[in-house]
Design a binder for this molecule. Structure first.
Ligand code: ADP
Ligand code: MG
Length: 552
């Protein structure tokens, strides 16, 4: 054997560990959930690889997870017979954080008073173990390999990596053994009842058997080890669903929506999906990747198969197909016609579920809308087929109030009003002070006040809802002539001023020359004298600015 080699942690990891040790986070129990979840992922990966390489599971023993406390040694071991890691994987996976946005997230975390909430959004994963352990030793054998490596660290700035001794190699025949040398105040995690409590609370739905190996007596299975999504709805309680959500999504919040059903027919599959009630930290990551897990007959295939469109990337959960071929490669998933069918059906179902939640449980729906509305609105821009449905789901702040649906807007149309009006801008306050609202306000016409950056994009298409076109108050001709003013006196004033309109326009045109394409009298304003608008076919001004900003 060669001498151990020291390696530094990536700066972000060192920073995260520092945060963990100086515990911004008091829920130390979750370290076990994180280790079990990694062990379960490793078992999933082994089953997947064994489809094309059955020799990887040579002993025929199905993958499983074992938890072994040792009071004498003051250690807790979490052992799995999953895929394992080779030397490079140990270095990469346990020394860096690959997720983009980590850096900015960590600085937010350092500043935040309530780190607990934020860290839940991030998911600390493996590194959570440093909350309870002063030293961690990971011994791992990649399935099928004759080499075993040992990774060890006491936190701080780095770790060591070395080939395993013969004794260690003999102990780890496949997969990963993680030994936590517990801190003094973490001794409770050596108690079997504590371990059982945590597993029941957090990890009962792990598909693989979790065995508790007590210091005395026989090992015993302590989870139900069934795929929850395969069980009938009638057997499951809200608590079961909450646990499944938190375990599948690695989340800490409550699901705001749960969708569990089985489709039969041309395609048979089980669906268990959740909408979180809080935003994850990487919601606006450029990659816009979804995280719904695709299984085929209980075997995990991929969590990046884009089973749902990008604008539903916040939905978490599992789709388990009975019909897809098990040996489908990740590359083939993109163009597989069966998956395309599933994708279409499930997307439709998620949207209709959101619709009915909006009607039946508006409070739960508003939670989802507050967290993910801007993401859902991306769909108005890019999912032509479902545009009207997505517009229907959307909630807006308008001159009449908050969380208004277009359905309500249309029901409240003024006599002779045929269009839906909106104005885009940076903030509600500034929009409310915008002179372009004056004439609409004078007529009691409701105006959508749009302030999300994405609003400039979806509104740039020709849109209508229920046959009513959407029109920007800062674009083209607005004709309010047929809609009566609320206050008749204002009407009189307007007629008075009509006389010298032509002269005024001529004067202004003269003064501005080439800088404007036209000067027109308009009913947009009542109190202000003039305002600048884009031509009917020009980009909305907000989009113009956004595009200019991005091209800088
Ligand atoms: P995440 O699970 O979100 O990827 P973690 O910090 O929990 O992040 O784990 C980092 C990576 O380390 C995992 O993605 C996996 O590649 C690897 N890993 C951790 N534990 C195990 C294990 N028991 N077996 C195999 N690989 C593991
Ligand atoms: Mg993990």
């Amino acid at each position: 054997t060669t001498a151990p080699e020291s390696q530094p942690f990536q700066a972000e990891v060192a920073e995260l560990l520092n945060l963990m040790v100086h515990s911004v986070y008091s829920e130390t129990d979750i370290f076990l959930r994180e280790l079990i979840s990694n062990a379960s992922d490793a078992c999933d990966k082994l089953r997947y690889e064994a489809i094309s390489a059955p020799e990887l599971i040579t002993d025929g023993a199905p993958p499983k997870i074992r938890i072994a406390p040792d009071k004498k040694a003051n250690t807790l071991s979490v052992v799995d017979s999953g895929i394992g890691m080779d030397r490079q994987e140990l270095i990469d996976n346990l020394g860096t954080i690959a997720r983009s946005g980590t850096k900015s997230f960590l600085s937010r975390l350092t500043e935040a008073k309530d780190g607990t909430n934020l860290i839940g959004q991030f998911g600390v994963g493996f590194y959570a173990a440093f909350m309870v352990a002063e030293r961690i030793v990971v011994t791992s054998r990649r399935a099928g390999s004759d080499q075993v490596f040992v990774w060890s660290s006491s936190g701080g700035s780095g770790f060591e990596i070395a080939p395993a001794s013969d004794e260690e190699a003999a102990r780890v025949t496949r997969g990963t053994e993680i030994v936590l040398h517990l801190k003094k105040d973490a001794a409770k995690y050596l108690e079997t009842h504590e371990i059982e409590r945590i597993v029941r609370a957090w990890s009962d739905n792990i598909q693989f058997p979790i065995e508790l190996v007590p210091e005395e007596g026989e090992p015993r299975q302590i989870n139900s080890a069934s795929a929850l999504w395969q069980r009938p709805k009638s057997e499951l309680s809200p608590e079961d669903y909450k646990q499944a959500y938190q375990q599948i999504a690695g989340a800490f919040d409550e699901p705001a929506m749960t969708l569990h059903y089985r489709a039969e027919g041309r395609q048979s599959y089980a669906v268990l999906l959740f909408a979180p009630s809080t935003k994850p930290f990487d919601l606006f990551d450029q990659a816009r990747k979804g995280k719904v897990k695709l299984y085929v007959r209980r075997v995990f295939i991929a969590d990046d198969a884009d089973v749902l469109p990008a604008y539903l990337r916040f939905i978490r959960g599992v789709i388990d197909s009975e019909d897809l071929p098990l040996n489908i490669s990740r590359e083939m998933l993109q163009n597989n016609p069966q998956l395309t069918q599933i994708r279409k059906a499930v997307t439709g179902r998620v949207i209709s579920e959101l619709e009915s939640l909006g009607e039946k449980e508006p409070e739960a729906f508003v939670k989802i809308w507050d967290a993910f509305g801007p993401v859902i609105k991306e769909g108005i821009w890019e999912d032509f087929e479902r545009r009207e449905k997505l517009l229907g789901l959307s909630r807006f702040t308008t001159t009449k109030g908050e969380k208004r649906a277009l359905k309500q807007y249309v029901e409240d149309l003024k006599p002779n009003q045929t269009d839906i009006y909106y104005l885009t801008g940076d903030s509600i306050e500034r929009l409310k002070a915008n002179p372009k609202l004056e004439s609409a306000t004078a007529r009691g016409i409701e105006v959508l006040l749009l302030t999300d950056p994405v609003d400039a994009f979806w509104t740039s298409g020709q849109l209508d809802f229920g046959g009513k076109p959407l029109k920007s108050l800062s674009q083209g001709d607005i004709d309010f002539a047929l809609i009566p003013l609320l206050d008749d006196k204002a009407e009189d004033k307007k007629e008075d001023s009509g006389a010298d309109e032509a002269t005024t326009i001529a004067l202004i045109k003269d003064a501005l020359g080439e800088r404007v394409s036209d000067v027109r009298a308009s009913q947009r304003l009542t109190a202000s004298a003039s305002c600048l608008v884009a031509g009917g076919d020009a980009h909305d001004r907000m989009l113009e600015r956004l595009l200019a900003m991005q091209n800088k």
